[in-house]
Write a protein that binds this ligand. Sequence first.
Ligand code: IPE
Ligand code: IPE
Ligand code: MG
Length: 228
Amino acid sequence: MKIPKHLAVIMDGNGRWARESGLPRIAGHYEGVKRGEELVDACIELGIRWLTLFAFSTENWKRPDFEVNALMRLLEGYLRERSHLLLEKGIRVSFIGRRDRLPKGLLMEMERVEKLRPSEEKIHVILAIDYGGRDEILRTFKKISEAGLEPTEKLFNLFSDLPEAPDPDLLIRTGGEKRISNFLLWHLAYTELYFTDTYWPDFRKEELVKALEDFSRRERRFGAILQE
Ligand code: IPE
Ligand code: IPE
Ligand code: MG
């Protein structure tokens, strides 16, 4: 089985999972956080070195205050209560997206967690919070122009939210929708896309392996042709 260096995931379907289980939407998010943590463990076992997770989009602010606040509290609580495991397991965490609209408490936790660097790094997990691909593209070009530089692809990568990560090899979207929803627009240029109807709270290691098996059968050409 081919293992992607960088896996990106749109964790979608929490709300529908909850509704179909007769639970409030928030219960789906709560369960979703647990699957996120399990996914990181599975990625370590499989040797995936980079994992980018879409947790909250620049468009998700359109949701009712009640749900937005619950999501912010959930993320903050998760970082506060579970971060001790990061160093133990060799997980480095960083964040992409805007920082100017997040609640103070969450921001403080993000800044604290970002400083934790395991001695032996097994995986670099990137959490996209208040992230939008278009917003990233605009912010990045602004930074390049403020530095007085002419934009190139290389400079874009360097000034973008993901200066160190290789482009994702595989994107998984759960929850049945077949769209990108403003995730990593620049970085997904040649990423293999995998869509599954499974709701995120039901996405476990077996589902990941299924996606990786599918990925292994893909022929990546990057616009070139294969040598006969
Ligand atoms: C994804 O699940 C989580 C976030 C967007 C925060 P949804 O909340 O979008 O769940 P559905 O798509 O409504 O089922
Ligand atoms: C994408 O899911 C964002 C996250 C998973 C964080 P959405 O549920 O917000 O996307 P749409 O509205 O179905 O496109
Ligand atoms: Mg959704």
